[in-house]
Design a protein. Structure first.
Lengths: 1023, 502
């Protein structure tokens, strides 16, 4: 946009000059033959003399003879044509990597790529639309060096954890800021599972429709994100949505997709011994009920053995419960978009629908998205842009995870081999129920729920309506000086209903929870900027500005239990009810400035400064320090422009930068400065109740964390751009991180809020890209991205508390494995109990010959330090084939699935000793033996290294000639697959990407939704 | 050009308007939580603390029922996770009272006592009641766990004490006795909490008597370890005046609306209210003892087996497999459930009964530490113990004739054994206390079970186990050494607490 405008201005100013002129006319097209509208055409050395191409790609310009014409267009390689005596010059611009490429940077300011002193990576729209994911951000996995996209095992409507360059906050948010067309959008996870179970209620970024994305820019480091101040420390992902273009008529584009997902079953359980205990088959119904969860029975022999329902069935392998229970997931997605307009006003409208059935029966997601994006050139100096996205999302039955109550995955994952999951179906008209409509129980532990009942009778539904809006006005005061105002709104309401139905074994009268969340964030920003090439050798880009942010989140609801009328699942039908109400409000005001000075078009010095004032750090007396200053500085040097380098080196840029920025933690959490009492007005026997509401010891002197990062990088291109290397090294120190500092529960509190955390991240990342073959009809591109991040938790608490060097983040449901942050070790250590060992390391046994539990120890980080993505793309004529292989290495996971499989006698390892015992342990006591090992949780902590065939995309552009006179501009057909193969894995029975939460406690697995592989068919038609 | 300049100045002006006034205008007001207060009425807080001490389903299920009621053989269960009569170690169950006690009870009572002590013109009766209640909270925890943080506990905010020292049970007991004496003295002036006190409606006189009876309970706890202290405080308590007939320390609960309003034991066992853990049955030990003595309470606490027949207790230490060889019944429905009328979510929670006080007074009399006639005190104890059930449901009243007949058939023989057994029967549903008095006196003479999975070498556990997370802390190491605790968590259960000489 800005380029057009500048050129427009240049044109106006330039028209004043009068010289001997040649009139040149011509037409500019892309390599596909389609006219390019709005291409800048100007005279080299006198950018004031320029024009832009019209709606048919035509231009006319007067230039002195012997001068040079520059053709420049965003996203295309700039061309330079010396004028001879021609009067007609037709130009074909090719897309691709151009040296003077422009990128979108912080606050939506477009900059020349070579001027940038920090690492920034652009990802094109194809990445998100060619092989789709339910959560659009999953498509970034393996694509960008240093961007760690960790999927979770939480179902189709679940959330994803994205971390750039390692975790920078010990207990605060570590996910990047998402900015859509200049509007920061909320990505809060609206509820996740923990040790006691629960569902993943989804995140914010998943609302976006991949068909609306034009490009994504990843601002990885502090410097890149510095202008976002207190929200910069986790990096920023800038998403630019598609806009309209001046064109003839209305452009219609239809994208349709159908996607099937199938279970990726990794459970490899024993199928030789059936339900029972102590090596025996059950003989009574009560015994069968009591043993419903245990596979410690006799060897399967086909004899008739009683089961939970009193029916005798053959004591033989009943088949894999997972493949019987889960279904094939199915997703349909359609987007219709209309574009059009003139050079003055253009628009794009899109309507999209997505309909998904998850592999968990009765679970899925529907989403409707509408967007409108308009640009207007109102007079010579005034431009306006208005865009709005409305999303309506309905998720049905978000699956329960982790702990067993209501979690179908738990039951299905642990069913004894001799029990057929279909025998638990019960009433076909009410799955999982018996005649009276209550849960069909198959074991005597009421907390292990019948999976059919869990899937079909439980409810965990949510509806979200979201509006993301953006109004941007820009006025060109005079040559190079502009003022820009922007209003950005992100607003949603979300209703959720969480039902434990009447008749559930562990809650026979049922429970319900209905909540409504209203969220709004409004940003008002004003910028005054100056952007000009002052002389041939000096350019300036300056701006100052301010932003006001106000954020409000309100949660209203009611929960109730004990339905009075059976099966009438309405909150008003509950006997006991309580009110839920939470309000959180905060504001941040900011002033900022940025300066970039370009020298010799090859040396660029940049600096930014920003000051943020926080309402959350303002106490009632106004005594506390409530503001922070952030800054950055950097230099970029284009070596190839300054020095004579070997001709093989086409381009070489060195950059270095340093920045101090903030992190969101305290800035976005109000009311943390003082002790407060809550009043529980429902009271007791007419008396009000009241008590302390803080679970953490409050601290009136809080401040947001500070993150300091130094980064250097080298950008090299060789051999006519056919080989490229973009490499960066960084060192980032987080200081004053706000911790729920570990305090023992005997203080009365969970933790104390304190600015004490220190953490370091040092890493290297590179992108090596090559174009080994570039022939007329065949092109092969290969890129390899690599990142390695070394994280160290430097300090958790003050030196006076030397004994507390560890804080617990998560605990596994088995209560013997944990995620701790530990001083001197990387973030998120997976902790478990080792075997008790003698000095020589031999495992110690107790009197009965059963291994003893030893010390609690840290096995390693739950976050992979190393990630590699290898992308191969082959273009043969109109065919394109793309493979992405991703590997992550060095992280650990506690597989609770394996722990349970030991104690339940399902794991293949438990076959040892069934007939003859182990040492002194008799076969009948094996359960004790393996149950002890269940508590020696280190046995189940393994490296979670993996290599996955992340995606294969096959696409075909139908040749234009096929369409003849039919008014079709293009048809693209694509076949794609995601997560097709687990090529290597260091953990058994589970997918290494199986965590049940996207929170900070990474490295715990427990009965999430199994991973899937998807196959998809895409059809895109342009009219 | 001048025109442009004019516009420029206008825009700069507009700019200033957007960004001024000062950059943090209105921030202080915005940062005040609209849903909370900076101070609280002490009555609201005392009400809250009483309910939190009564506890949630969480710790009542785990520490009180799954462990305590099973270890003392009040109840029995076949379900594997009912660890208490199989002597298995479940870390989360064993630490549950500790896990909930400090954040939910200790934090609040310390805050209340601190605020009352630092407020000018504070009501002394309130302070007295708060201090008595503090002893209720702490003695239960030290009885279950041994050495615990006491003097510095729960002061994370008030004194910014982030790592409390662990105190010996000896020091804790001595201080609690001292505090109780002071608290009873404080009750001489002021008005107290009034109706915010759910137990006695703020009756200062009843609180004074409760303070003395609690002092007696704590004093007698030291009977074997520190007889001189025990006799000194038992004497003070008895001469100060203990609970009068009918003044049982019961906290009334209701059917909701929230968990905090309900009886935590009811939340586990009240099937009519949708929770219903159907694992436990009355223990054979308790049922047989009551059958042998013709105890009219058996019809009150037990519900006849669903499969018919007379009262029948489930033997402890069995599971679904082992029950198959049991001569008195092979399935759960062959045995007595706990009468649903006494384990409703609206049932009162018992902290102390008059009966317990009388049995301790009788014991003191036998030991020569207090006045009174042991025979009379025994009879009063039994009479009070029989009458508590009418507080659960009017239909459960045991008439005087039945009590008289029982006393006639079971006259006091002057033995500690008989007092211990009656105390054990009287503390049904006050399981923490039942477990402590059993450990102190060794009565009733329970036969330990020997389930194949037990981790105690076939002995009844001597205590519960601290949360595992705390066992690595440096401050804890002193307490660990002082108590000679083993490294293995499960084995901690076999180590007696300080006052337990058995």
């Amino acid at each position: 946009m800005k380029n057009h405008l500048l050129v427009f201005l240049f044109f106006i100013l330039g028209s004043a000059s009068v010289l001997a002129q040649n009139v040149i006319t011509g037409n500019v097209t892309g390599s596909d033959g389609v006219a390019l509208i709005g291409v800048s055409v100007y005279q080299e050395g006198d950018p004031g003399n320029g024009t832009v191409t019209d709606i048919d790609g035509n231009y006319t310009i007067e230039v002195p003879s012997g001068s040079v014409l520059i053709f420049s267009y965003t996203g295309y390689e700039t061309q330079r044509i010396e004028i001879g005596d021609q009067s007609v010059i037709d130009i074909v611009l090719s897309q691709g990597v151009a040296l003077d490429e422009v990128v979108v940077t912080a606050l939506g300011i477009e900059r020349e790529k070579k001027a940038i002193a920090y690492s920034v990576t652009e990802v094109d729209a194809e990445t998100f639309s060619a092989a789709r994911e339910m959560n659009v951000i999953n498509s970034l996995a393996g694509q960008v060096a240093g961007v760690n996209v960790a999927q979770s095992a939480t179902g189709a409507a679940g959330s994803t954890r994205v971390v750039i360059r390692g975790n920078s906050s010990i207990s605060g948010n570590n996910q990047p800021l998402y900015v859509v067309d200049g509007v920061p959008i909320d990505n809060t996870n609206l509820g996740s599972a923990g040790m006691w179970g629960g569902q993943d209620w989804g995140d914010g970024i998943s609302s976006l429709n991949p068909d609306d994305i034009a490009s994504v820019t990843v601002l990885k480091g502090n410097s890149a994100a510095a202008l976002y101040g207190f929200r910069a420390s986790n990096g920023v992902i800038l998403i630019t949505t598609k806009t309209g273009k001046a064109r003839k008529g209305i452009g219609v584009e239809i994208n349709s997709q159908v996607r099937g997902e199938s279970l990726f079953n990794l459970n490899d359980w024993q199928t030789e011994y059936g339900h029972g205990r102590m090596g025996m088959k059950p003989t009574t119904m009560a015994e069968a009920m009591a043993n419903g969860l245990y596979s410690w029975g006799a060897r399967l022999d086909g004899s008739n053995v009683i089961q939970f329902d009193g029916v005798e069935r053959p004591y033989s392998y009943a088949g894999d419960p997972q493949s019987e229970f889960y279904r094939t997931g199915l997703t349909f997605a359609n987007t219709l978009s209309l574009t059009g307009g003139s050079e003055r006003v253009n628009y794009r409208f899109s309507a999209a629908n997505l309909s998904n059935e998850d592999i968990v029966p009765n679970s899925g997601l529907d989403r409707n998205t509408f967007t409108l994006n308009t640009n207007a050139q109102l007079g010579e100096r005034f431009t306006a842009n208005v865009s709005a996205t409305y999303v309506n999302e309905n998720a049905q039955n978000r699956p329960r995870l982790s702990d067993s109550p209501g979690n179908a995955n738990f039951t299905v994952g642990l069913l004894p081999p001799s029990i057929d999951v279909n025998d638990l179906r019960g009433d076909e008209n009410k799955l999982g129920a018996i005649e009276d409509g209550t849960e069909l129980q198959f074991n005597d532990n009421v907390f292990v729920t019948n999976p059919w009942w869990a899937a079909h009778q439980f409810e965990a539904n949510s509806t979200k309506n979201r509006l993301i809006g953006n109004v941007r006005l820009r006025y060109e005061l005079f040559d190079g000086l502009y003022i820009r105002g922007r209003l950005g709104l992100d607003r949603y309401d979300r209703q959720r209903r969480n039902l434990t139905p009447y008749g559930t074994a562990y809650s026979t009268l049922g429970q319900i929870d209905e909540q409504s969340t209203n969220f709004q964030e409004l940003n008002k920003e004003l910028i005054l900027g100056y952007d000009k090439q002052i002389t041939e050798n000096v350019s300036l880009n300056l701006f100052v500005g301010g932003n006001q942010l106000s954020n409000r989140r309100e949660n209203i609801g009611a929960s109730g239990n004990n339905f009075a009328v059976p099966f009438l699942h309405d909150i008003r039908n509950t006997s006991n009810r309580s009110v839920i109400y939470d309000l959180s409000e905060f504001k941040v005001n900011s002033l900022f400035a940025s300066a970039e000075i370009g020298l010799l078009r090859s040396i660029y010095l940049t600096g930014t400064v920003r000051n943020d004032w926080f309402s959350t750090l303002t106490d009632i007396d106004g005594i506390t320090d409530n503001d922070k200053t952030y800054y950055s500085g950097g230099v970029s040097v284009v070596l190839t422009d300054l020095f004579d380098l070997p001709s093989a080196i086409e381009f070489a840029k060195f950059r270095a930068t340093y920045a101090e920025v903030g992190g969101v933690g305290a800035a976005e959490q109000p009311y943390q400065l003082s002790l407060a009492y809550g009043v529980f007005a429902q009271g007791h026997l007419g008396q009000p109740l009241g008590g302390i509401i803080n679970n953490s010891i409050p601290n009136s002197n809080l401040e947001p964390l500070t993150s300091k990062e130094f980064e250097i990088g080298l950008d090299l291109r060789f051999l006519d751009g056919r080989l490229g290397l973009d490499i960066a090294w960084y060192n980032r120190n987080t200081l004053n991180d706000i911790l729920g500092g570990a305090v023992p529960p005997t203080t009365g509190y969970d933790s104390r809020i304190v600015n004490i955390g220190k953490m370091d991240n040092t890493g290297i990342e590179f992108l090596l890209s090559a174009n080994p073959v570039r022939k007329n009809n065949f092109r092969w591109d290969v890129s390899l991205n690599f990142s390695n991040n070394q994280n160290e938790v430097v300090s958790l608490l003050t030196e006076t508390q030397e004994d507390q060097e560890s804080i617990r983040v998560e605990e596994a449901r088995t209560r013997n494995a944990y995620i701790n942050h530990i001083e001197g070790l990387p973030y998120s250590q997976v902790m478990g109990f080792d075997y008790a060992r003698d000095d020589a390391g031999n495992i110690l046994l107790d009197d009965e010959g059963i291994p003893l539990q030893g010390e609690l120890m840290a096995f390693g980080t739950g976050v992979h330090p190393t990630a590699v993505g290898l992308n191969n793309s082959f273009t043969i004529g109109n065919f394109n084939v793309n493979f992405l292989v991703e590997g992550k290495f060095g992280g650990y996971i506690y597989a609770a699935t394996n722990a349970y499989a030991y104690s339940r006698g399902l794991h293949k390892a438990t076959l040892e000793g069934r007939e003859s015992g182990i040492g002194n342990v008799a076969p009948a006591d094996l359960e004790n033996y393996y149950s002890r090992i269940y508590n020696i949780s280190g046995e189940f902590i393994e490296k979670a290294d993996f290599i996955k065939l992340r995606q294969v995309v096959l696409s075909y552009n139908l040749p234009k000639s096929l369409f003849g006179n039919v008014p079709i501009e293009g048809i693209t057909i694509g076949l794609a697959g995601r997560n097709l193969a687990l090529l290597a894995s260091s953990v058994e029975n589970i997918d290494p990407e199986s965590t049940y939460t996207t929170g900070n406690g990474q490295g715990l697995e427990m009965f999430g939704v199994p991973q899937t592989r998807s196959f998809q068919f895409n059809l895109g038609i342009k009219f | 050009m001048m025109k442009s300049f004019g516009k420029y100045i206008l825009l700069i002006a507009a700019f200033s308007i957007v960004l001024t006034p000062s950059c943090d205008d209105g921030f202080a007001e915005l940062n005040v939580n609209p849903g909370a207060a900076n101070s609280i009425d002490p009555g609201f807080q005392f009400s809250w603390i009483q309910l939190r001490t009564s506890g949630e389903r969480y710790e009542n299920w785990r520490a009180a029922l799954i462990y305590s009621s099973m270890m003392v053989q009040h109840m029995a269960a076949l379900c594997g996770y009912w660890s208490g009569d199989k002597y298995t170690y479940n870390a989360g169950y064993a630490s549950s009272l500790f896990d909930r006690g400090y954040p939910q009870q200790v934090k609040e009572i310390q805050d209340l006592v601190y605020n009352l002590e630092t407020t000018e013109d504070a009501d002394f009766a309130m302070l007295g009641m708060a201090k008595i209640w503090r002893a209720v909270i702490f003695h239960r925890m030290t009885d279950m766990y041994g050495d615990i943080p006491y003097f510095e506990a729960g002061l994370g905010f008030i004194e910014q004490n982030f790592d409390p020292t662990w105190d010996s049970q000896e020091d804790i007991y001595k201080d609690m006795l001292f505090e109780l004496e002071e608290a009873v003295g404080l009750l001489g002036s002021g008005t107290g909490f009034g109706s915010a006190d759910f137990i006695f409606g703020g009756d200062v006189e009843k609180w004074r008597r409760f303070g003395n009876s609690l002092m007696l309970r704590l004093a007698m706890r030291l009977s074997e370890r520190e007889p001189s202290i025990a006799s000194e405080y038992a004497g003070k308590a008895i001469s100060g005046g203990t609970l009068l007939d009918g003044d049982d320390v019961f906290l009334p609960h209701t059917n909701g609306p929230e968990g905090v309003n309900m009886n935590g034991i009811g939340e586990v066992l009240d099937k009519s209210n949708g929770f219903g853990d159907d694992c436990p049955r009355l223990s054979q030990t308790l049922v047989d003892w009551m059958l042998a003595t013709g105890d009219p309470r058996l019809d009150v606490i037990g519900e006849l087996p669903a499969n018919g027949g007379g009262h029948n207790g489930l033997p402890n230490g069995l599971d679904e497999m082992l029950i198959q060889d049991n001569p008195t019944g092979t399935e759960l429905d062959d045995f007595d459930r706990v009468n649903p009328l006494i384990v409703r979510v609206s049932s009162p929670m018992a902290f102390m009964t008059v009966a317990e006080s009388r049995f301790l007074e009788a014991e003191a009399a036998l030991r020569g530490w207090g006045s009174g006639n042991a025979n009379d005190l025994y009879a009063q104890g039994v009479r009070n113990a029989m009458r508590i059930y009418e507080k659960y449901d009017a239909s459960l009243a045991i008439d005087d004739a039945a009590i008289d007949a029982y006393l006639a058939a079971n006259p006091f023989d002057g033995s500690m054994k008989m007092l211990g057994e009656q105390y054990w029967a009287a503390t049904f549903l006050n399981e923490y206390e039942a477990y402590s008095n059993y450990r102190r006196t060794g009565y009733p003479e329970l036969v330990p079970t020997n389930h194949p999975t037990n981790v105690t070498g076939g002995t009844i556990p001597k205590r519960l186990v601290y949360p595992q997370g705390i066992l690595n802390s440096e401050k804890f190491q002193e307490a660990k050494a002082r108590q000679n605790l083993p490294d293995d968590f499960a084995s901690i259960m076999t180590v007696p607490v300080w006052w337990d000489v058995n």
